[in-house]
Design a binder for this molecule. Sequence first.
Ligand SMILES: NC(=O)c1ccc[n+]([C@@H]2O[C@H](COP(=O)([O-])OP(=O)(O)OC[C@H]3O[C@@H](n4cnc5c(N)ncnc54)[C@H](OP(=O)(O)O)[C@@H]3O)[C@@H](O)[C@H]2O)c1
Length: 333
Amino acid sequence: MKILHCKEYGPVENLVWEDIDSPEPGDNEVIVTIKAAALNFPDYLIVQGLYQFKPEVPFAPGNEGAGVIKKIGKNVTRVKEGDRVSFMLPYGAFAEEACTHEFGVFPISDDITFEMAASYQMAYGTSYHALMQRGQLTDHDEVLVLGASGGVGLAAVDIAKAKGARVVAGVSTEEKAKICRDYGVDDVVIYGDGPKDKDESKAFAAELKSKSTHGGYSIIYDPIGDCYTEPAFRSIGWKGRYLVVGFAAGQIPKLPINLTLLKGASLVGVFWGSFTGLEAEINQQNIADINKMLAEGKIKPLISETFPMEKAVDAIQMIGNRKVMGKVVLINS
Ligand SMILES: NC(=O)c1ccc[n+]([C@@H]2O[C@H](COP(=O)([O-])OP(=O)(O)OC[C@H]3O[C@@H](n4cnc5c(N)ncnc54)[C@H](OP(=O)(O)O)[C@@H]3O)[C@@H](O)[C@H]2O)c1
């Protein structure tokens, strides 16, 4: 089988698509023939040694995918050879095969493509948890989503609209704004490269606030951090919840905490990975609701581009170049 190997931490272009022996399942494990795997921001960080987890080299990046069960261990009862499944892994999805515990795979129906099944688990899982459990979203809320055309951002837009909230999207370009408008956002702020100094930061905060019809947002969803966070926080409304999701723009921002006092507001951390383990039952309910909304056509995950798996390096580079919109999916032919 072939795998995208990270042999030492470093630039994305050092990854190699190479042959290794096919894995054998342990007693409770299954081997999946991978048909599709989705790209996520951590794929870009993990191979450079910049992510919070640093697997031993060599390893392959890739957290989520879908495929067909090729082989099962002798104690496996939940799935059988030939079943179509999606899966989540700590890493290793950018390959032709993956080995995982039987509880790490989830049967998928025949009417969903492998590409779609691979694409929405992490983005929609994260944004649903962020908005519903951490943000306490209702249809009375007004939500500002930063990085709104990216993987988790567009999922947040899609879910918040499906739940009846008013949504304002923050994005860097007109092309990205168009995608958000196609997803029904109520207004858009185009922030370019972001505010550079105090005056620009003040103007950005004022522009964000001017797009609120509630005198300030009740929920702000922030997967980008850096120079965007403080001005965005200044546009929050009374008792607003500021969801700290990620730092795609680079720096982890610092915030004067008097801003929380002035608005009676909360700064709320979101860590979907830990939530899935620590609150597995609630996560199952979230997944069930996401799948229901998908089946009813209330949400529509966007796959903007596909690449052959062996071209994964080109796809991963798109993240660093700020080019990803919705989801990018890698495919094994
Ligand atoms: N907390 C959690 O549980 C959790 C779960 C999943 C992901 N995350 C985090 O969420 C963030 C987004 O992940 P994703 O998979 O949605 O990534 P993505 O699809 O690449 O989207 C990232 C977005 O960030 C914005 N951005 C701003 N500055 C950027 C820069 N310098 N380089 C690249 N993008 C930049 C881009 O939108 P604009 O150009 O419009 O600004 C882009 O759409 C990451 O930090 C990731 O680690 C957190």
